[in-house]
Write a protein that binds this ligand. Structure first.
Ligand code: PLP
Length: 412
């Protein structure tokens, strides 16, 4: 294992996890790792009880309908959850409005619905600061608009979208509002009823502090979702078709109980710390990072002039250096882990004009980062930017020149 790694890739997955999460996963799997809901003995019932209680707890956490906790569905991750809900809500001829801020976990299932199932889709651009204007959504609504899908917090530029306004608009037009909370669940409070959100899709391994391999949906009780897979449910085995009732309608096979245990312990940690407090601390570090990076000659920052309505995720580039090379230099020379490239959200980079130059360098601050980590990151970037400036200066000096100092064109 790499020693003393400075981990600034928390948007990919939050790491490390609180000690209590590791402990409870281990303890639970050793003492209660049986299949819940499949058998009638005490231990299976006890394991099933954790699953049921987690449904209740997460429904409350997201401000969903507490009287229908069975509509809290577990899946492998948010990608899996979105692949249940997008085809589960859309039918041929329906129109969906979404945004350029989406992750491929929305873009691709939506594109498949367009290509393979005669749906229509509109991808809305964000403004210069990285925000979606609810009026743009209003203008995009058509008589056949069935669903609006919005990424709450961008995994590339960190901006947070105005869910409440968009939710109100969707409610007024009878449109189902789906929110991808991959980057925000556990770090930004979400209240489905107050924000008029119909479906929340979440992943367990990021700010919810759970493990990889678990995510899900919280679905309000008025929303009709078509079941798109089938399999074992552990109950009413004689039925030849998949059960219609929730949670079985959207759950298939043995659940990830170690993931359930991790999410349970992750929530314990979050409640102990306070979601707002964790976010405030991360934003303090993000502000320090932005200030430090902004002062470096040759650094370009994207959509973080203000950090209001922002996550602690910062996108930047260094003039004259490919973002992939910046990532390698940060790793090899400075022991800093970041993510470079297109971040599975190609439309963000397309809109920013960064696709041809291979995207950007993303720093994402997490709950366990320190001031020293941020100082090291600023120092690392400053060194690379200095190296780039010197390299450029050397190139210019050694470039053959015409009379009158006109640079010669170099043939490819
Ligand atoms: C906004 C957003 N949506 C979806 C995903 C996919 O998450 P998962 O890999 O957990 O399905 C990510 C992951 O980075 C994300 O940032």
């Amino acid at each position: 294992m790499k020693q003393n790694l400075i981990y600034l890739d928390n948007a990919a997955t939050v790491w490390p996890k609180p000690e209590g999460v590791y402990r409870f996963m281990d303890e639970f799997y050793r003492t209660m790792g049986v299949n819940p809901g499949r058998s009638g003995y005490d231990l299976a019932i006890e394991a099933g009880s954790l699953l049921t209680r987690l449904r209740q707890r997460l429904t409350k956490f997201f401000g969903g309908d507490e009287d229908t906790p069975e509509r809290l569905i577990f899946s492998y991750n948010v990608t899996d959850a979105l692949n249940l809900i997008i085809p589960g809500l859309l039918s041929p001829g329906d129109h969906v409005i979404t945004t350029n801020l989406e992750h491929n976990s929305v873009i691709r299932p939506v594109n498949h619905m367009v290509r393979d199932h005669d749906c229509e889709a509109t991808f809305l651009p964000f403004d210069d600061d990285g925000f979606i204007d609810p009026d743009d959504i209003r203008r995009a609504i058509r008589p056949n608009t069935k669903v609006v899908i919005v990424n709450h917090g961008s995994n590339v530029i960190g901006t947070l979208q105005p869910l409440k306004e968009i939710g109100r608009l969707c409610r007024d037009h009878g449109i189902t509002f789906v929110v991808d909370t991959a980057q925000t669940a556990g770090i930004i409070p979400i209240h489905m009823r107050e924000m008029n959100i119909d479906v929340v899709a979440f992943t367990g391994h990021k700010a919810l502090m759970g493990s990889m391999g678990i995510g899900g949906l919280c679905i309000r009780k008025h929303v009709e979702v078509r079941q798109v897979r089938a399999g074992g449910t552990g109950v009413r085995s004689v039925e030849p078709y998949h059960l219609e009732e929730y949670p079985w309608r959207l759950e298939f096979g043995t659940p990830n109980m170690v993931g359930v245990a991790a999410l349970w312990a992750g929530l314990d940690w979050l409640y102990g710390q306070g979601v707002e407090r964790v976010h405030a601390r991360e934003m303090q570090l993000a502000a320090k990072l932005v200030e430090g990076l902004r002062a470096i000659d040759g650094v370009r920052l994207y959509c973080c002039d203000s950090l209001e309505n922002h996550l602690s995720t910062v996108l930047m580039n260094i003039d004259g250096v490919d973002p992939g090379d910046v990532g390698i230099m940060l790793d090899v020379d400075h022991n800093i882990a970041v993510r470079t490239g297109l971040h599975c959200a190609p439309l963000v980079h397309t809109q920013l004009g960064l696709v041809d130059s291979h995207g950007g360098v993303r720093f994402s601050v997490g709950a366990f980062n320190t001031d020293a980590d941020i100082e090291a990151a600023i120092h690392g970037v400053a060194e690379i930017a200095k190296w780039s400036r010197e390299r450029t200066a050397k190139r210019v000096l050694t470039m053959p020149v015409r009379e009158g100092n006109e640079p010669l064109r170099i043939r490819a």
